[in-house]
Design a protein around this ligand. Structure first.
Ligand SMILES: Cc1cc2nc3c(=O)[nH]c(=O)nc-3n(C[C@H](O)[C@H](O)[C@H](O)COP(=O)(O)OP(=O)(O)OC[C@H]3O[C@@H](n4cnc5c(N)ncnc54)[C@H](O)[C@@H]3O)c2cc1C
Length: 271
């Protein structure tokens, strides 16, 4: 199918884009989610505001404690390490497993978070790394943890006229260990189950986040606690069962599937 007719604008800066955005308009970054939706007429827009060429949105910076990554960074930029890395390799490794290289050349960090697909990789990674979104809007800039920004399936707290400009990610210390496990139906597909585990004794941090089959990525507090204690074997198995039971609504197959990805990610972070 063809998209319904729409207008098109290409702002020269974020400030310019902010003045353009109105009711019925949509930002387009990599277009890898929005264009198929428009093509299938599952979404209709009055005007596309194209931010894909704004170099401002690809800027990154670094302080002693954190790295700020522009929301316009493409998955391939992250895979190729064209940014300061707060994650000791976790982000680059995950980027390389998103879709196919041609999609990774277009899809962006900001587009992925704004889309809030429950099976997407970046929301899980950014939650595990405790990232904060930086958002420009008509009333100025605001900041919000990615965890709180993503409310539900395809639903965020972003309001009309707001643009995700960057993500601030606290740096992992040299003591940090990370683990990631993703199960897909075929190579390059969205995750059926995706788990990211971070244990950083240098920052007294332990987080485990699961995505894939839920309405949005979820934290696993008991597993994170067990990871912090260095628990393995029965103690870890029991923590996984408790957290998965707490999520509710999973059938036996789903429990086995997510249990396996969680175990793999956690074992890697404990190794
Ligand atoms: C075949 C295929 C396989 C894929 N596999 C995976 C996968 O395995 N894992 C994964 O994580 N992703 C996957 N994706 C998704 C893809 O990688 C992109 O991340 C995703 O499509 C969104 O990024 P985008 O830049 O293309 O956003 P767009 O499609 O341009 O926009 C998506 C939404 O975000 C909004 N938006 C975009 N940028 C901003 C911004 N800066 N501020 C506010 N709102 C904004 C748009 O208005 C739109 O609503 C896949 C996509 C395809 C087509």
């Amino acid at each position: 199918m063809k998209p319904a007719p729409f207008n098109y604008a290409r702002p020269q800066s974020v400030a310019d884009a902010l003045t353009m955005l109105g009711e019925g308009d949509a930002l387009i970054a990599g277009g890898q989610s929005l264009l198929p939706l428009l093509g299938l007429r599952m979404a209709q827009v009055r005007r596309l505001v194209d931010i894909s060429r704004l170099s401002e949105l690809r800027q990154c910076s670094e302080t002693t404690d954190a790295v700020v990554l522009g929301a316009g960074l493409r998955h391939a930029d992250i895979e190729d390490g064209h940014m300061p890395d707060p994650s000791r390799g976790l982000l680059a490794r995950m980027a390389g497993n998103i879709a196919y290289r041609s999609i990774r050349h277009q899809g962006t960090l900001g587009g992925s978070v704004a889309m809030a697909d429950p099976a997407a990789d970046w929301p899980v990674a950014l939650m595990a790394l405790q990232a904060t979104a930086i958002i420009a809007g008509p009333k100025g800039e605001r900041r919000q943890l990615v965890e709180d920004l993503i409310e539900d399936t395809y639903t965020t707290s972003l309001q009309t006229g707001e643009i995700l400009t960057a993500f601030e990610i606290p740096k992992l210390s040299a003591h940090a260990r990370t683990g990631v496990s993703k199960v897909t139906r075929k190579s390059g597909a969205f995750a059926l189950s995706l788990c990211v585990a971070v244990r950083d004794d240098g920052r007294d941090l332990s987080t485990v986040v699961i995505g894939g089959a839920f309405s949005r990525a979820r934290r696993l507090p008991k597993v994170a606690q067990a990871l912090k204690m260095g628990a393995a074997g029965e103690a870890m198995r029991s923590a996984i069962t408790t957290d998965l039971d707490g999520l509710g609504g999973l059938d036996a197959y789903e429990k086995r599937l997510h249990g396996a990805t969680i175990r793999k990610a956690v074992e890697e972070a404990l190794a």
